[in-house]
Design a protein around this ligand. Structure first.
Ligand code: FES
Ligand SMILES: [Fe+2]
Length: 357
């Protein structure tokens, strides 16, 4: 395991960006304990339906708000009132903004310090995302976009599949610029390949030759994949009409959680049991593909410096792009400017634009 500082990523241990913290189905009215970005958090679904994520510890005496399920407060109907939560120890009540708004045994003004950080949350695609930002500012780029989600011909995914917990997320990120592993690890040789860096977006466009799989792959297939910020990635399988979501969230400095899920366009145009079964087949295939990478990731030592050959993908340039999120946003444009544009790898011809669409 190596830390962000050991990878020389920048000023911050944890990057700025949108990150998944779980599937929607995992967050209900009962508060749940989460741990990401080296911090303890509590998440719950308010009466209005909104998901609230707060720092875990009560400012009164440090109680974890998801602890004490047998306390009188936790068993009381006033435990989770509206979108509020009460601490299980002395029943101080916090709003979804993290501000204490009621102390049952106290008549005077509530101390201004009786507040907890409330995280910026977006729930979309059956996933709960939070905005992490060492500078504590509003999001500076939008959540990853899947127009397929609202297309009635597409079979939505049910939520995220947790694959495994791994070392530093940069080792997963390297995959997005690793053209040589496509043939040697996954078994489908790239015949065209390129990467592009553009602001908070990183793209990988490739076409590979594979053994045909009836109803799934022809002899070649194309993908347009990429990262949207450091925590979410997409893969659009052009001919297959399938998309994959990959989420990578730091747990501690040097470890991360990896999820994925997939959706497909219904072959018949109707979302029925057959289409859902196909979605499950493709999503499982995506998950198995990533677990083939994880077989290596789980046991490798950190690649602090990649011995990058001309025939490798542009690891170094990708890591420069990635480092923008580990530094103050004021430096991001200058960092991206060092690598912005399309990068080609020796031995692989550029991916032609017409095949991507
Ligand atoms: S520790 Fe939370 S109310 Fe006392
Ligand atoms: Fe891979």
């Amino acid at each position: 395991m190596a830390t962000s500082a050991e990878y020389k990523l920048g000023e911050y241990a944890f990057p700025r960006g949108w990150f998944a913290v779980g599937s929607s189905s995992e967050i209900g009215r009962k508060p749940v304990a989460l741990r990401y970005f080296g911090q303890d958090l509590v998440a719950y679904r308010g009466e209005s339906g909104r998901v609230v994520v707060l720092d875990a510890y009560c400012p009164h005496m440090g109680t974890h708000l998801a602890s004490g399920p047998s306390t009188a407060t936790s068993r009381s109907p006033t435990h989770m009132e509206g979108d509020n939560i009460r601490c299980p120890f002395h029943a101080w009540r916090f709003g979804p903004d993290g501000v204490c708004n009621h102390i049952p045994y106290h008549d005077g003004p509530i101390p201004p310090a009786a507040r907890i950080k409330s995280w910026t949350v977006e729930e979309k695609y059956g996933v709960v995302f939070v905005w992490h930002d060492a500078e504590e500012q509003a999001p500076d780029y939008p959540l990853i976009d899947f127009p397929e989600w609202d297309d009635p011909q597409w079979v939505r995914w049910p939520g995220l599949q947790h694959l495994c917990d791994l070392n530093h997320p940069i080792e997963i990120f390297d995959n997005m610029s690793d053209v040589a592993h496509l043939g040697h690890l996954h078994g489908g040789d790239a015949v065209a390949y390129e990467n592009e860096y553009d602001g908070h977006l990183m793209h990988q466009r490739q076409r590979s030759a594979v053994e045909p799989v009836a109803g799934v792959f022809d002899a070649t297939y194309s993908t347009h994949a990429g990262y949207v910020g450091p925590g979410t990635a997409f893969g659009r399988f052009v001919e297959m009409q399938a998309v994959q979501l990959i989420c990578v969230t730091p747990i501690e400095d040097g470890t991360c959680r990896l999820w994925q899920t997939g959706m497909v366009r219904s072959r018949s145009g109707t979302v029925d049991d057959e289409a859902r079964a196909f979605r499950d087949q493709i999503s499982a295939m995506f998950g198995n593909g990533l677990m083939t990478d994880a077989e290596v990731w789980q046991f490798k030592k950190p690649a602090i410096n990649v011995m990058q050959l001309p025939g490798d993908g542009p690891f170094r340039q990708s890591r420069v792009w990635y480092s923008q999120f580990y530094n103050p946003r004021a430096k991001a444009a200058e960092i991206v400017g060092r690598v912005a544009g399309v990068h080609y790898s020796k031995n692989w011809p550029p991916f032609t634009a017409e095949a991507a669409e």
